[in-house]
Design a protein around this ligand. Structure first.
Ligand code: PMP
Length: 417
């Protein structure tokens, strides 16, 4: 097997045609048309290096991690812990103690809700989130408020889908104990000023949780620069496997938190009288983990790092601008989410046509988009739409994809209106 764990060689400029060739799923036809994959906000396709890393792991290295004395277990442990170090570097965290594996963003946020917040938040306290959160950053806090008697507050956005920062600031007060904020809205594409929001939240002593699910594939992340207390991410949104993700937490805070789940690996010593817990980050990782997931996650992060997030985001910005300009040529299109600072996402409605009808016709042209509420129902309520059609751009999309999408959309409009 060749270079299975090595990522793509660094590129001087972004060669999108070469990059497309590295994603086998993109080479297929759907309903007789070349696949145009514009559903990257839901999940990204995987490059060869990621698929090969998983294959190699299962072909050669598969074993359970930690405490194994045999060769395969040592290899699996090295790969698993090596991946943690790669995630640390990707996020610019200080130490691997601050990197906890989770099944994804959702589990990472729930971990904070159960382990940190249920202990530190009580009746009379407030949790502040924004109006553009994904359900993953709404429902855990609502459940927590029900349990504790704390109150959930929501910072509003304007009709461009931008957070109204003055309103956010007004809602912060000494009762605010935790602030949850999405870095990039999956429904609108809005990039929130999270560094500033974290700073403002810290002024009132609140702990901050950044939902980085849609950010990591498009924006270089430095958790120390952001100064956030927690940062949640999913591997599958950044070209890695599903069922894998990470929670970054400041060491000092994680140290004080009790375990999330009980079981193997998270313990130091167990007796029927008393159990003591493992050190960070293992205290939060009960049971046999998704070892192959970590291996694939690492390969994905290295792939993205080798291409360069700066170059990727410049390329994607160009494609998004082109798509925005082209879609506005179609009368009746209303873009949902017109923030000044956006990435990847083009959400829209077309007259009063139901989004799923449009999605169904686009699919017949080989174009994959997502339709519906995108797990952000309050965003749909704000814009008074049942849902949107969402085209979301990844690093392998080019202008030709957009041309095909626009052509298919024009046909859909002719059929449906
Ligand atoms: N937050 C945002 C902004 C998302 O886009 C998503 C995925 N759609 C999530 C959280 C949840 O991620 P996961 O399903 O990977 O846990």
């Amino acid at each position: 097997m060749t270079s299975v764990l090595t990522a793509a060689a660094p590129l001087q400029t972004f060669d999108v045609e070469r990059v497309r060739g590295e994603f086998p799923a993109l080479q297929q036809t759907v309903h007789g048309h070349p696949l145009v994959y514009l559903d990257n906000g839901a999940t990204t396709q995987k490059p060869n290096v990621v698929i090969e890393s998983l294959e190699r792991y299962y072909y050669l290295d598969n074993a359970n991690v930690h405490r194994g004395v045999h060769e395969l277990s040592e290899r699996a442990t090295d790969a698993y812990e090596g991946a943690r170090e790669t995630i640390r570097q990707f996020l610019h965290a200080d130490t691997v103690k601050e990197i906890v594996y989770t099944s994804g963003t959702t589990e990472a946020i729930n971990l904070v809700a159960y382990s940190y917040a249920s202990r530190n938040i009580k009746s009379g306290d407030e949790i502040l989130i924004t109006e553009m959160e994904h359900h993953s950053n709404i429902v855990p806090w609502q459940m927590l408020c029900q349990q504790t008697g704390a109150e959930l507050k929501v910072a509003p956005m304007n009709d461009n889908g931008e957070l109204i920062l003055e309103e956010y600031e007004k809602l912060l007060n000494p009762r605010t104990k935790l602030v949850g904020m999405v870095y990039v809205s999956n429904a609108l594409g809005t990039i929130n000023p999270v560094k500033q929001m974290v700073k403002m939240a810290h002024k009132v002593g609140a702990v901050t949780v950044v939902d980085g699910a849609q950010a990591v594939a498009h924006i270089p992340i430095d958790v120390k620069d952001l100064d956030c207390d927690f940062f949640a991410m999913s591997s599958h949104k950044v070209y890695g496997p599903t069922g894998m993700g990470a929670l970054y937490g400041k060491e000092r805070i994680l140290e004080e938190m009790p375990p999330f789940q009980g079981g193997g690996d998270m313990i130091d010593y167990v007796s029927f009288e008393k159990t003591t817990f493992n050190k960070l980050p293992y205290k939060f990782e009960a049971g046999t983990p998704h070892i192959a997931g970590a291996v694939g996650f690492e390969a994905a992060l290295k792939y993205v790092q080798n291409l360069g997030l700066g170059v990727i985001s410049a390329h994607e910005r160009g494609v998004l601008q082109y798509a925005t300009q082209r879609i506005l040529e179609i009368p009746g299109v209303r873009i949902i989410g017109t923030a000044g600072l956006k990435c990847s996402i083009l959400s829209f409605v077309l007259n009063d046509v139901h989004p799923s009808d449009i999605g169904t016709i686009l699919n017949l042209h080989g174009v994959a988009v997502r339709t519906g509420h995108h797990c952000a129902m309050p965003v749909m309520q704000h814009f008074d739409v049942p849902g949107t059609v969402r085209a979301s751009i990844g690093l392998y999309n080019n202008r030709e994809d957009i041309d095909i999408f626009i052509e298919a959309l024009t046909r859909a409009k002719q059929m449906l209106t």
